[in-house]
Write a protein that binds this ligand. Structure first.
Ligand code: FAD
Ligand code: SIN
Length: 543
């Protein structure tokens, strides 16, 4: 059967198309599903994404001992001058209502034994206890609750193992990016065929991009697909130089950068050298609870000074029952690897954790492309500035997914599902017999980013990274258009695009701020650089 005819048969339509089944995608899906049909694509199992692995919790002002003003001030301070203050205020003040929404959807946060008050955790950069959590597995609890609702909703169809490849766009002179999104092409990994999805409105919620780096706390799905897809389609992307490295991931060959939550430092865990010296007070008076950029850089420096591969995180001075009750997931996982956290310190290292930049979104979650919303870690909303405050990202995802759904429902100017959508054309491509090129390039991109565009940067390293990744981009571009797509190839193309944008932002910013530290310009330059790094399609040639 000719391939075009076969593909036409599998064009799927819905009122709303959601790419991603984490907190951002599912909250949007649940809200719009009251008014139309929704298809949710996810490229792995529906619970595979950063949401499920979130440990510490979600920041919001729920205690009488805390104030909106304090949460706003902490967020602005961590953001080091680049937060959008109006957005910060909006997110913080909307927080309690969004938390109530999560609870109404079935999420159970820990409460104090003796009352119905929430048991609040503390993390770096927060001046008060304000982190709602479910032990040390908050994301799993949130995802359990919202996924159960979405899976049971008659208007929502969840399609696992469908990896979106590219947006299908049409010209729209009214949109800032000159285009509108009509749907996506996605590879159905089980059937091994590219399908076409068309919708009135699309929500992009593909999560983060930690896999661009060799060592990351992120799950395998975090390859920045949404950022790369939106960029290729003409949306602007911002602030990609601000990649957050989490200070404490377990150092163990089998642990794959398993996270040791910051909440553990919030409960008194101390960072020590291998000789047992506590070192954070040498760097910041807030010690282990300084913002992440400071703690991660301090660990990096201590490792460079000593030549050791890791430092130690020690909570063994706390009561055993408390430790096991508060951190059961970590206690169990580390016990499987031979550690007893109640009796000994854990070896830890920083790893790539959170992408503060992303696809530029307005206060209603609208991207530059008409009919395309964006929320969650894929979006750049202005909340985080140059460094995200711990546990603000689940909150941001909730607030923006909700606002986007309100906007989508209130503005029904797009009543038709786009027609005349071109089919995916793979007729000139063949199956590759050289897949080693893909795996080799994957490794090279991630290693280059880790070694040359990591916690501490220099002009020389950034130039080298640019040249190297541009060369890989050329090779992979040629390969991409000749061979049939596979999920590895789709993701490789995306991590290269995200790497190029990150290097572009990092090389252009002639100062150090927040998460971006360049030894050749180590100071702030408020006169010239109190601005976002905005990248347009013309700045980088896409793969
Ligand atoms: P995700 O939850 O990552 O979901 C992304 C979805 O997109 C997945 O379903 C994936 O399959 C899908 N997808 C991706 N690409 C494609 C594609 N091409 N086609 C189809 N589907 C695709 N934040 C906090 O606020 N508090 C915390 O305690 C906290 N702890 C964390 C701990 C860890 C280990 C990690 C990794 C992150 C943590 N974060 C925390 C960050 C937070 O979890 C994430 O920022 C947030 O969950 C992102 O949600 P999301 O909906 O944007 O994306
Ligand atoms: C953690 O639990 O340390 C992660 C919190 C976050 O990334 O916000």
């Amino acid at each position: 059967m000719p391939q075009v005819a076969r593909l036409l048969k599998i064009m799927k339509t819905s009122d709303y198309l959601v790419i991603g089944s984490g907190i951002a995608g599912l909250i949007f899906a649940l809200e719009v599903a009251e008014h139309g049909t929704v298809s949710v694509l996810c490229k792995n199992a529906p619970d595979e994404g950063s949401t499920r692995y979130a440990q510490g919790g979600i920041a919001s002002v729920t205690s009488p001992l805390d104030t909106f003003q304090a949460h706003i001030a902490d967020t602005l301070e961590a953001g080091d001058g680049l937060c959008n203050e109006e957005i910060v205020r909006m997110v913080v003040e909307d927080g309690p209502e969004r938390i109530e929404q999560l609870i109404a959807l079935g999420t159970q946060f820990d409460r104090k034994d003796e009352s119905q008050d929430y048991e609040l955790g503390r993390e770096g950069g927060h001046s008060a206890r304000r982190i709602l959590h479910a032990r040390d597995a908050t994301g799993a609890e949130i995802h359990r609750a919202i996924f159960a609702r979405a899976a049971a909703h008659p208007n929502i169809e969840i399609l696992p193992y469908h990896i979106a490849i590219d947006f299908i766009t049409a010209d729209n002179p009214d949109a800032r990016g000159g285009k509108e999104v009509c749907g996506v092409y996605a590879l159905d990994m089980a059937a091994n065929e590219v399908q076409t999805f068309a919708a009135k409105l699309t929500m992009l919620a593909t999560g983060g991009a930690g896999k661009v780096y060799l060592y990351t706390s992120n799950p395998d799905v975090a390859t920045g697909d949404g950022i790369a897809m939106a960029f290729r389609a003409g949306a602007r992307v911002a602030n990609m130089e601000f990649f957050q490295f989490h200070p404490t991931c377990l150092f163990h060959p089998e642990a794959k950068s398993f996270l040791i939550t910051e909440a553990m430092r919030g409960e008194g865990a101390q960072l020590k050298t291998l000789k047992g010296k506590r070192f954070m007070l040498d760097y910041d008076e807030r010690a282990e609870l300084a913002p992440r950029d400071i703690v991660a850089r301090a660990i990096d420096l201590e490792m460079k000074k000593s030549g050791h591969d890791y430092v130690l995180l020690d909570i063994s001075h706390r009561d055993e029952k408390f430790i096991l009750d508060r951190f059961p997931t970590i206690a169990q996982r580390t016990a499987e690897l031979g550690f007893d956290i109640c009796k000994e310190p854990l070896p830890v290292v920083p790893a790539a954790h959170y992408c503060c930049g992303g696809v530029i979104s307005d206060p209603w979650g609208r991207s530059d492309l008409a009919r395309l919303y964006v929320a969650g870690e894929t979006a750049h909303t202005g909340l985080h500035g140059a460094n995200r405050l711990a546990s603000n990202s689940l909150l941001e995802a909730l607030v923006f997914a909700h606002r986007a759904s309100r906007h989508a429902l209130a503005h029904r100017e797009y009543t038709d599902i786009p027609k005349n959508i071109p089919e995916w054309d793979s007729l000139d491509t063949v199956k590759s017999s050289e897949e080693v090129i893909v795996s080799h390039s994957w490794d090279e991109v991630r290693r280059t980013m880790w070694n040359l565009v990591g916690i501490s940067r220099s002009d020389k390293r950034l130039n080298l990274a640019k040249r190297r990744i541009e060369q890989i981009a050329k090779e992979v571009k040629d390969y991409y258009w000749r061979y049939q797509v596979t999920s590895d190839l789709i993701e490789l193309r995306n991590i290269i695009t995200v790497a190029l944008i990150t290097i572009h932002c990092a090389a252009n910013r002639r100062e150090s701020r927040g998460l971006h530290f360049n030894v050749d310009c180590p100071a702030h330059d408020d006169q010239n650089w109190l601005i976002d790094s905005v990248v347009h399609a013309a700045d980088i040639s896409p793969v």
